[in-house]
Ligand binder design. Structure first.
Ligand SMILES: C[S@@+](CC[C@H](N)C(=O)[O-])C[C@H]1O[C@@H](n2cnc3c(N)ncnc32)[C@H](O)[C@@H]1O
Length: 264
């Protein structure tokens, strides 16, 4: 199986921050930081921080007496993160080989990224290693595709028009959607799970076209769809997503889990 790593360019990372983060990823930050119990004075690591939405909100919570490091494998994501919040500590690194000492952090978070790691158990083991005894690891993943009322039928339609590269990318988001399997993986990685909570969070887009173009242009999909495929997908998205319109915008429900654990 080929692993998707969500590798995007600097230009795509700018669009990710400008469009995708406020539409979708920002809406998972509070469940993650609340689940982790992030508070004043703590030392926090955000693994696979992307353009930094979890890390900068964590920094606001820990205040001047705490500290936050955001780590990602893609320097383009970190350049955007650094532009938004230059004073925070942004590091390049691999989730499966964290460049930190044992027991270094009170809290380690990882949002919408476990599915992009070639060895997710190794990454969870690293998160456990760098978290102090009694500290917290909080991992957010999306629920399985059959539980997604909008993305389920939309991705089925996209798969009819797109090649295998695009279809594989869109299938990757949901691979840790089985909460029991994720619990078992955490146990293998040396984590004792204390809570798994399912949340439904909306993703907000101005229109169906805005949703499709955000999904495509700020992800690796941009390089995997031919213009003719994108046109067909745009045309067929309206009947599938149109009934998620609320007032003047689109409100797409997205189901996911926040798992909270502590090192064993
Ligand atoms: C969908 S983005 C999520 C980013 C961020 N957590 C958020 O919520 O906006 C997935 C991120 O995982 C990062 N990533 C993929 N493989 C990685 C690895 N092995 N180590 C660290 N980061 C990785 C990608 O570069 C990308 O920034």
């Amino acid at each position: 199986m080929v692993t998707e790593t969500f590798r995007i360019t600097r230009e795509q990372a700018e669009l990710y921050e400008e469009r995708f983060v406020p539409a979708l990823f920002r809406n998972w930050v509070d469940p993650v930081l609340d689940g982790a119990g992030v508070r004043t004075g703590q030392r926090v690591l955000d693994v696979a921080c992307g353009t930094g939405v979890v890390a900068r909100n964590a920094a606001d919570r820990v205040g001047g007496t705490g500290s936050v490091i955001g780590l990602d494998v893609n320097p383009a994501m970190l350049e955007v993160a650094r532009n938004v919040r230059p004073e925070l500590d942004w590091r390049t690194g691999d989730a499966a080989d964290l460049p930190f000492d044992d027991d270094d952090f009170d809290v380690v978070t990882c949002q919408a990224a476990l599915m992009f790691f070639p060895d997710p158990t190794a990454a969870l083991r690293e998160m456990a290693r760098v978290t102090r005894p009694g500290g917290v690891v909080a991992v957010q993943v999306f629920s399985a595709l059959p539980k997604q009322p909008a993305y389920g039928p939309w991705i089925a339609m996209v798969a009819e028009h797109a090649g295998p590269g695009a279809t594989q990318m869109l299938g990757t988001y949901w691979v840790h959607g089985d909460a029991d399997a994720l619990r078992a993986r955490c146990a293998d990685a040396g984590l004792r799970v204390t809570a798994v909570q399912e949340h439904i969070r909306p993703a907000y887009f101005a229109s169906v076209e805005a949703m499709v173009l955000t999904e495509v242009n700020s992800t690796p999909l941009a390089d995997r769809l031919k213009p003719s495929e994108l046109q067909r997908i745009l045309a067929e998205s309206a009947p599938i997503l149109g009934h998620f319109r609320t007032g003047d915008h689109l409100e797409i429900p997205l189901a996911g889990h926040v798992l909270v654990a502590t090192p064993t």
